[in-house]
Design a protein around this ligand. Structure first.
Ligand SMILES: [Zn+2]
Length: 368
């Protein structure tokens, strides 16, 4: 089947073919949390080796504790999965093993470039590691694994909104000290409703002045106003999710004027209740309104998903044509926080990988 110049109607494509198309495409993952990407098998192994207390120890029995299974869609259920997932960071070896496995899994999914974000506080809390030590370990493991698995990986340090601003300042200090080929950016993550971006304007300004890129979670649990605030007070270049921008035409115009990219994570949005059930996910309208959208996984192990699967969901359930996916790849290339001297490599990698798909390179490389 001559799958797609961009106009192929998704409902005319057999499911198996769609899955193979998504798997084979060269992909870019901009929004993925380390702590939500652990293999269940690894969790069970670590628990028995390090005598970590779990409600159950068998992989399938463990699944509902760390993964959305039949849970009703809401934030509480989704975020609740982290409470168990954060018990596992008890040694440098484990943290580095997890980083390496996440990169291996992305490479297996044909992700060529990934930006992996993590919360240094979450990695350090159980054993009282110094935040900077935990960051050192992640950086070293990512640098090694990206070579082993051929998936270039940059890192984003998360600022947890629930913690005092002093923690944000400390993480910014660490991010500035580590700014280089691996550490590229900071992100504001956590409870949007009670901890608005205004509280973090000072450390984010300092980070930007030091050369770090800026992303903020917004427009997920809260409406378009939080996106406006992330743009205004954090000077965010990208917005994590941002799907509820759709509720305010003025915010949409702001996104267009600034060329801001949204990191959309469809399955996560369904599971948290941030988006209505398919096919009514805002991704479709955002794309057609000229917003720079990208498709991502958020937390693959909580959602039992992969980036390939998110492409399938975007086409099969949300109704984007494959051509739109090619364009989201272009958006991801343009919005990547990769060092300047690697931008040509990233473009060429995706462009070359699109060769088998009729018309894909034209859509990818079309002027804005
Ligand atoms: Zn996220």
């Amino acid at each position: 089947m001559n799958f797609l110049a961009g106009e192929t109607r998704p409902d005319h494509v057999p499911g198996e073919y769609l899955a193979k198309w998504a798997q084979d495409l060269p992909k870019i993952s901009l929004h993925r949390h380390l702590e939500g990407s652990l293999r269940l098998r690894t969790l069970a192994e670590i628990a028995s080796e390090y005598h970590i207390t779990l409600p159950v120890y068998e992989v399938e029995a463990l699944r509902p504790y760390v993964q959305i299974t039949s849970d009703p869609p809401n934030f509480h259920n989704y975020i609740g999965k982290f409470s168990l997932l954060r018990h596992f960071y008890v040694s440098q070896e484990i943290i580095q093993r997890i980083v390496s496995e996440v990169i291996a899994d992305a490479a297996q999914d044909n992700v060529r470039y990934m930006e992996l974000r993590f919360n240094p506080v979450a990695l350090s809390r159980i054993r009282n590691f110094a935040l900077s030590d935990a960051v050192d370990w992640v950086v070293a493991a990512a640098a090694k694994a990206q070579e082993t698995y051929h998936c270039r990986t940059c890192l984003i340090l998360q600022i947890p909104r629930e913690d005092p601003v002093a923690i944000a300042e400390e993480i910014v200090d660490i991010a500035i000290a580590h700014l280089g080929p691996q550490v590229r950016a900071i992100d504001l993550a956590g409870d949007e409703v009670h901890h608005p971006p205004q509280l973090f304007a000072v450390p984010f300004r300092r980070a930007k002045q030091a050369g770090l890129h800026i992303v903020g979670h917004a427009g997920e649990a809260m409406g378009a106003e939080s996106v406006r605030n992330a743009l205004t007070y954090l000077d965010a270049e990208r917005i994590g999710h941002g799907i509820r921008s759709i509720e305010d035409p003025a915010v949409l115009q702001m996104l267009r004027d600034r060329g801001t990219t949204l990191e959309v994570c469809p399955t996560s949005n369904f599971q948290t209740g941030a988006a209505p059930n398919p096919p009514d996910h805002p991704l479709y309208d955002l794309y057609h309104l000229g917003i720079r959208v990208t498709v991502n996984t958020d937390n693959p192990s909580i959602s039992a998903t992969s980036l390939s699967n998110e492409y399938v969901v975007s086409v099969r359930d949300i109704g984007l044509k494959p051509g739109a996916i090619y364009r989201t790849l272009r958006n991801a290339v343009d919005a990547a926080f990769i060092p300047d001297d690697e931008c040509d490599w990233l473009w060429d990698t995706i462009y070359d990988g699109l060769a088998p798909y009729p018309g894909a390179r034209e859509i990818f490389s079309a002027p804005r």
